[in-house]
Design a binder for this molecule. Structure first.
Ligand SMILES: NC(=O)c1ccc[n+]([C@@H]2O[C@H](COP(=O)([O-])OP(=O)(O)OC[C@H]3O[C@@H](n4cnc5c(N)ncnc54)[C@H](O)[C@@H]3O)[C@@H](O)[C@H]2O)c1
Ligand SMILES: O=C(O)[C@H](O)COP(=O)(O)O
Length: 401
C-alpha cells in the first residue's frame, strides 16, 4: 500500500507510517495544482490545508481514503470524494487547545496593541504614551459562536480571565448553557449585540458561509473586538473590512480569503493597510504539541483502516439514508443466504442502500437489516420467506423518513 503525504507532518509520524505501509511518498511542499494530475498508486492521502480538488480525486483511481490532519475539511471536494467512493476523515479536537490559545493571544494582543508595541520598538520608538491606554479584559463579555472543540476550550480560558461568556451554538440548549455556567443566546445576532468581543468557531459549510454578515457585525458595540480563527468564509469579509477601516471595531484574524497557498512567500492583502487588523499567518493549529497530536491521530486512522477496514471519523458517510423501508431478515449463517435475498430484490429492481449483518452468539444465525428505496411486493417477500432452510423470518418495516 502507498500513502501520499501532501503537507508537512512531524518526522515521527512519517516514520510511523513507514512501519505500517511499504511506500510513503512525502511531498510536504506539493501544491494543489500539482496534485490535480493525480496521485498515481496512492491509496491513502494525508493533507493539512492543501486543496484536494475534484480533478485530483478523479485522476487518482487508486485513492480510497483521504485523511485531513486537522479539523476543517472545506479544502477537500467532499462531493467528488463521495461520488468516487473515497472515505474522508479528519482529526477533530486534536488542535483545539492550540487554536484556543491563539484566540486568547489575539484578544490580548489587540487590547494591548502588542504587535504595534514591537514594531515601534524595532523601529527605535518608545511610546508608552499611546500603548499605555489599553482597556483591560476582566469583566468584558466574550461572545462565542460555535461551541465545538475549539469554542469550548475558549470558554475555559475566557472564564480564567474573569470574562463572562455568552454563546450560540446550534445544539446549545439553555440547560446545557447553565451547566457550563455561560449565558445562552437564541441567535448569532443576540451574541453580537450583547458582547464586547465576538469570537467565531464554526466549521465552514454552505449553511455557515458568511453567517457573520454585515448586519451581525453592525450589532457589535463601538470599540468591540472581532476574532476569527475559524475560516475566512464564515464572515462577510467586505463588511468586516469596512467596519475595521472605519475604526469602529478591531479584528484579530488568523485567516483571510486570499491567504497564500504556499507556506512561505510574499503576501498582499487590503487588511495590511488597517491599523485595527492584527493578522496571523493561519497558525492556529501550528504548535508542535498540536501537530504531534494531530499527526498521531491521522496515523491511527490509517492504522485502523489497514488493520480493521474501519475509518474512524468518517465524515462523508450518509448519516440518514432516504431509504423509506427496512427489510429485517433473520437467517441461518451460511454462504449465499444474503446473496439469494439480494437476488430476489434485484429481480424486482429494488435498490438496497445500506446493509448491516449482525451475528448471534454461537455463530449459527444472523440478522441482516437492508435499507430499501422501494417497498417489496408481497410476492418478493414471499419468495424470500419461502427459502426456509436459509431464512428464519423476513419483516418489512417503514424507515424513519
Ligand atoms: N486557525 C486554524 O488553524 C484552525 C485550526 C483548527 C480548526 N480551525 C477551524 O475551526 C473550525 C472549528 O473547529 P473545531 O475543532 O471546534 O470543530 P468542531 O467540529 O468541534 O466544531 C465545529 C462547530 O461548528 C458547528 N457547525 C458545523 N456546521 C454547522 C452548521 N451548518 N450550522 C451551525 N453550526 C455548525 C458545530 O455545531 C460546532 O459547534 C474548523 O472547522 C476549522 O475550519 C481553524
Ligand atoms: O482546520 C484546521 O485544522 C486548521 O485550519 C489547520 O490547518 P493547517 O493544518 O494547514 O495548519
Amino acid at each position: 500500500m502507498k500513502v501520499f503525504v501532501a503537507d508537512k507532518l512531524p518526522q515521527e509520524s512519517i516514520d510511523e507510517l513507514g512501519t505500517l505501509v511499504e511506500n510513503v511518498e512525502n511531498k510536504p511542499s506539493i501544491t494543489a495544482s500539482e496534485m490535480d494530475s493525480g496521485l498515481g498508486e496512492a491509496q491513502v492521502l494525508v493533507v493539512r490545508s492543501t486543496i484536494v480538488s475534484k480533478e485530483c480525486i478523479n485522476n487518482s483511481p487508486n485513492l480510497a481514503l483521504i485523511v485531513r490532519a486537522g479539523a476543517g475539511v472545506n479544502t477537500i471536494d467532499l462531493e467528488a470524494a463521495s461520488n468516487a467512493g473515497i472515505y474522508v476523515a479528519n482529526c477533530p479536537g486534536k488542535n483545539s487547545i492550540a487554536v484556543a490559545e491563539l484566540t486568547m493571544g489575539l484578544i490580548i494582543s489587540l487590547d494591548r496593541r502588542l504587535a504595534d508595541n514591537v514594531i515601534d520598538f524595532r523601529d527605535g520608538k518608545w511610546n508608552k504614551a499611546t500603548y499605555g491606554k489599553a482597556d483591560g479584559l476582566f469583566g468584558k463579555t466574550i461572545g462565542i459562536v460555535g461551541l465545538g472543540g475549539i469554542g469550548r476550550e475558549v470558554v475555559k480560558r475566557a472564564k480564567a480571565f474573569g470574562m463572562p461568556v455568552i454563546a450560540w451554538s446550534r445544539s446549545l440548549t439553555p440547560a446545557r448553557a447553565e451547566e457550563m455556567d455561560i449565558a445562552h443566546a437564541e441567535s448569532v445576532e443576540q451574541v453580537a449585540s450583547e458582547c464586547d468581543i465576538l469570537s467565531v468557531h464554526l466549521a465552514l459549510n454552505p449553511e455557515t458561509e458568511q453567517i457573520i454578515s454585515g448586519e451581525i457585525l453592525s450589532k457589535l458595540r463601538d470599540g468591540a473586538l472581532f476574532i476569527n480563527t475559524a475560516r475566512a468564509g464564515v464572515v462577510d469579509e467586505d463588511a468586516l473590512f469596512e467596519e475595521v477601516r472605519s475604526g469602529r471595531i478591531r479584528a484579530g484574524l488568523d485567516l483571510l480569503s486570499d491567504e497564500p497557498e504556499v507556506k512561505q512567500g510574499p503576501v498582499e492583502s487590503r487588511f495590511q493597510e488597517l491599523e485595527g487588523a492584527y493578522v496571523s499567518h493561519h497558525i492556529g493549529a501550528s504548535t508542535r504539541q498540536a501537530q504531534l497530536a494531530v499527526a498521531s491521530d491521522a496515523v491511527d486512522i490509517i492504522r485502523g483502516y489497514i488493520n480493521e477496514g474501519k475509518v474512524r471519523n468518517w465524515l462523508n458517510r450518509c448519516e440518514h439514508t432516504e431509504a423509506p423501508w427496512k427489510l429485517v431478515v433473520r437467517h441461518y449463517d451460511k454462504p449465499g443466504v444474503i446473496a439469494n435475498v439480494m437476488n430476489e430484490l434485484k429481480k424486482a429492481d429494488i435498490n438496497a442502500q445500506e446493509l448491516k449483518n449482525v451475528i448471534f452468539d454461537g455463530k449459527k444465525t444472523a440478522c441482516c437489516t437492508i435499507q430499501l428505496d422501494t417497498d417489496p411486493s408481497r410476492q418478493v417477500l414471499s419468495n424470500i420467506r419461502e427459502r426456509r432452510n436459509e431464512v428464519i423470518s423476513a419483516t418489512l418495516i417503514p424507515g424513519e423518513n
